[in-house]
Design a protein around this ligand. Structure first.
Ligand SMILES: [Zn+2]
Length: 331
């Protein structure tokens, strides 16, 4: 049974918004664009994994995607967690193509590109060990019955070539490609063939995992050492092939000077961008500046219409944006 569906990760959404709102000439633009491509690739890996685990017996496994937990201030995220009466399985998805060498000396994963250049990553098996240990501590702290926890690294691309620099084939016991996932899970089922807890306990544990989620706060501007000044303000044209910034506000409508599209609510996306990238509150003047509105009154009308919670009065009044009120849509 799927307990938590896969949704685009917050970091991917934020990077997508950031890329859209940075000038191409910004010193960080290239880096943001590179990271964005990697994050999309990672997400495609998670989607592939989610499609495979859907095929598992639904009455046997409680499936959670993108679980975000915290213990003693340490945040950790699990791509996919399978909870059963016999054991728990953590699966980390990777979408790295090419030839991959698992370096057992330095515990790193080396990707060899076609032109012979090399790129190193942290060994995903080491990442899994960390998650395993954190989840165990989390279970102890939350008074859960201790089930055995095992891990798997899932590689999306079946064309990936796996190598190791040790003679031991056991290196790949915890790594699988594509549909090999099912063989690995079958072996784990043989290994953990004892029922450890009843179904009710598993349901309780599942509810606890969902209720105790604690996503790590992300300040994407700070991560790239950028400030609000680096962000292009103004309302973005909603037409996918245009996306011109800024649209002009005339007689209650947004007009795109590039493609002449008009819109009644294109400002919602800009308010969402402000909420996610800069801060979740706005004064009337900040709204006027960010949306490039002609007057204080138009800005007030727009904010008033949204029926947002407020504090303070007149010019210092703070409007509290919320994800429900503004559209962070980037996909
Ligand atoms: Zn346009």
């Amino acid at each position: 049974m799927i307990m938590q569906e896969l949704t685009p990760p917050q970091r991917l959404l934020l990077t997508e918004i950031l890329r859209r709102l940075l000038e191409i000439t910004n010193r960080k633009y290239q880096e943001v664009e590179r990271d964005l491509a990697k994050r999309w690739a990672g997400y495609w890996g998670e989607i592939a994994l989610a499609n495979y685990v859907k095929e598992l017996p639904q009455d046997k496994y409680y499936i959670f995607h993108d679980l975000q937990l915290q213990i003693h201030g340490i945040y950790f995220q699990i791509d996919t967690l399978l909870l059963s009466q016999n054991y728990i399985l953590i699966i980390e998805a990777k979408n790295i193509s090419g030839t991959l060498v698992f370096d057992n000396v330095f515990k790193q994963l080396i990707r060899i590109h076609k032109d012979g250049t090399e790129e190193s990553f942290e060994d995903p098996r080491v990442q899994c060990e960390r998650l395993q240990s954190l989840l165990r501590r989390w279970m102890v702290k939350n008074g859960c019955k201790l089930l055995p926890i095992d891990t798997l690294v899932f590689l999306k691309s079946t064309n990936t070539i796996l190598k190791t620099n040790s003679a031991d084939n056991a290196d790949f016991n915890k790594v699988c490609k594509g549909r090999d996932l099912f063989n690995k899970i079958e072996k784990l089922e043989q290994r953990y063939n004892q029922v450890k807890v009843n179904n009710e306990t598993i349901i309780q544990m599942g509810k606890l995992l969902l209720s105790q989620q604690s996503p790590k706060p992300i300040n994407i501007l700070e991560e790239y050492k950028l400030t609000a000044k680096d962000i292009r303000s103004g309302v973005c044209c909603p037409i996918e092939t245009c996306r011109f910034i800024p649209m002009n506000y005339k007689r209650g409508k947004w007009n795109c000077p590039a493609c002449h599209t008009t819109s009644n609510d294109a400002h919602l996306e800009a308010l969402g961008d402000h909420f996610y990238l800069i801060k979740p509150t706005m004064t009337n003047i900040e709204c006027r500046n960010f949306l490039h509105l002609p007057t204080y009154d138009t800005s007030q009308k727009i904010l008033f219409k949204l029926n947002l919670p407020t504090t303070g009065k007149t010019k210092s009044r703070l409007y509290y944006l919320s994800p429900k009120k503004v559209t962070p849509c980037v996909l």
